[in-house]
Design a protein around this ligand. Structure first.
Ligand code: SF4
Length: 408
């Protein structure tokens, strides 16, 4: 029986220490985070050095890795202190730094030798000669541009042994990744320095001023349009990505919730393990796809992997399917003697709601909330307060770290 021993890594986003731990608990082999400087998510809850230390200790205890994104387009003055920053990452035990700007790559390689460097997707690597160039410069891995196809990845793999990382899930840019200045132009926020205002997702109109000064829409149906791209989801194409030689499967979303991180990491963990254990008898499970829909924000597509998408493929329009679940809490402990879960509320829920517990290794149990108590055992009808601790009887055992979602 064929088995794939060199399994690709499942790489999850972690905007906070809590998300880092959740991502690893739910199956990520590695997480990527941002530091206080040089990263592209200025609003993503970046990590202090102390938080990185705690994150690395947690990751190492679970045989996982932590990468730090330092992928800004560096302007004059931006590289000051970068050598010290990279040396500190190396001392903390960060497994690699993800960089795009050649000046920062040079500093990382020369001033922090031993710290592996990965080329960020922001550098738009789309062919094997580029991959070989960066490998010769000393980089260990290249994160491909989202705009490459599976056939191109296979061609790259034939000509290079540098590690290849590719996005498999999450939001996409409608502009060529890393080369969009819509936000810079319209919001004075630099997308390549962590400030994208998502202007492509705004509503636009095209109008002409009449002689009387009135605006007249020039759109056929008069409806404002958006340039927003749908999201990527490669869950149905894991075999193609593995066989193409991708070493790391990257999930987008350092600003997304623990509900998203736990769900998406959990699903891809299952799919990758299942395929690699027995590729010749692999079967896609529809519950994996359904699970991703529970946290979807937009429709899903395969991006550029199977050819250049058309506007119909790629533009987010009227949602054809809406997520049916909302995140409501996390299990802190389980009282087995009384079959009661002690939970921390994250969104309003209460008696009568249909909820689902899910946990690492893709465990799920659904039930109705029959009763609810607060911490002092006083009866509640709803749990309305953010982060409040409450208790509810459960029909199946649950465990600390399980998440709870509510069916809408
Ligand atoms: S405005 Fe849209 S296309 Fe441009 S960088 Fe931001 S998300 Fe990407």
């Amino acid at each position: 029986m064929r088995v794939i021993t060199d399994k690709p890594e499942v790489l999850a986003p972690a905007g906070t220490l809590e998300k880092l731990k959740v991502a690893i608990d739910y199956g990520a082999d590695a997480v990527y985070i941002g530091g206080d400087a040089y990263g592209l998510r200025s609003r993503a809850g970046n990590f202090s050095f102390d938080q990185m230390r705690e994150g690395v200790a947690y990751a190492q205890a679970h045989q996982a890795k932590v990468y730090v994104a330092a992928n800004i387009v560096a302007h004059e003055g931006d590289t000051v202190g970068a050598g010290e920053f990279f040396r500190t990452l190396r001392e903390i035990g960060i497994s690699a730094v993800i960089v795009s700007d050649p000046s920062l790559i040079e500093i990382a390689i020369t001033e922090a030798p031993g710290l592996p460097v990965h080329l960020s997707t922001q550098a738009s690597a789309t062919n094997y000669a580029t991959l070989n160039f960066w490998q010769a410069e000393g980089l260990e891995r290249v994160v491909l541009a989202r705009e490459v196809g599976i056939a191109e990845i296979k061609e790259m793999r034939r000509h290079t042994d540098v590690q290849i990382e590719a996005f498999i899930h999450g939001a996409m840019c409608i502009g060529y990744s890393g080369r969009c200045v819509l936000s810079n132009h319209m919001s004075m926020r630099d997308a390549n320095r962590g400030g994208c205002a998502q202007n492509c997702r705004w509503k636009y109109d095209l109008f002409e001023m009449s002689a009387g000064g009135e605006k007249q829409s020039q759109l056929e149906n008069g409806e404002a349009f958006s340039m927003s791209a749908v999201d990527m989801a490669m869950i149905e194409h894991i075999p193609d990505l593995v066989e193409a030689g991708v070493n790391s499967f990257k999930i987008e979303g350092r600003m997304k919730s623990i509900h998203y991180v736990s769900t998406v990491a959990n699903v891809y963990r299952q799919a990758v393990d299942s395929y690699c254990a027995d590729p010749d008898h692999y079967v896609l499970k529809h519950e994996w796809v359904d699970e991703l829909w529970k946290v979807a924000q937009r429709e899903m597509s395969t991006g550029f992997y199977y050819g250049t998408p058309t506007a119909d493929d790629e533009l987010f329009g009227k949602r054809r399917k809406r997520p049916q679940y909302g995140f409501v809490g996390e299990v802190l402990a389980y009282d087995a003697a009384h079959q009661v879960a002690i939970v921390q509320q994250r969104n309003n829920f209460g008696v009568g709601d249909k909820i689902e517990f899910y946990g690492p290794h893709f465990t799920h149990t659904a039930q109705i909330v029959e009763r609810l108590w607060d911490q002092d055992n006083d009866i509640l009808y709803r749990a309305p307060d953010a982060m409040m601790i409450c208790k509810l009887p459960v029909t199946q055992p649950v465990k600390a770290g399980d998440m709870i979602r509510k069916q809408r």
